[in-house]
Design a protein around this ligand. Sequence first.
Ligand code: SAH
Length: 219
Amino acid sequence: MAAMTDGERRDRMVIEQIERRGVCDPRVLRALREVPRELFVKRRDESRAFDDGALPIDCDQTISQPYIVALMSAALELSGDERVLEIGAGSGYQTAVLSRLAGEVIAIERHDRLTRSAAERLNQLGCANVTIGTGDGMRGDPERAPFDRILIAAATAECPEPLWDQLAEGGILVGPFGPASGQILKTLHKRDGKRHERSITGCRFVPLIAGLPDPPLPS
Ligand code: SAH
């Protein structure tokens, strides 16, 4: 029998890991089928690109589990014209998924090395509606605010206030809230300026860290 193509492997990943666990937004499922996850993992992990879990990327960070990417994307209830702020772009995989679901994506990553490689991949994939930059995402992007949707892809005890302030009225924010040992993925809806919270599932993300990493010492 011929070996499966990457496209067939992605189809299987979506059916077994995502649809079967109850994510049914057809646009989200299509985006997960189409974005080549294999381009976002380290070359040595290419054969594990469709595994049901997170994988290591540079700077001691991780590319998120496909199911979690699908769950967070679905939680944002995107119809196609929203402006989305993403904090912690990492490999850029979630960014590429969001770029297919929203009107515009502004992504912030604190490790410049990750920003650069994510930007390269997103460019290669023709994600023209994405702006990605290096910075401290805990401050958000006041100049481009407000945002219809905000996705926080790193663990934080509380929602950083600037991010809540930059969420538009009627907007939705999703992120993992809780201690480093384990968090609850939650959505925060802003209605009449008030916060309406909903828990989705338990999860474990790398921490959201204030400020930028120290530059490497000259050798
Ligand atoms: N969803 C991404 C993985 C995110 S991992 C993917 O699928 O590839 C979380 C990322 O958040 C890491 O890359 C980490 O460097 C970044 N991060 C942590 N604190 C941050 C901050 N304050 N501002 C921006 N990015 C941050």
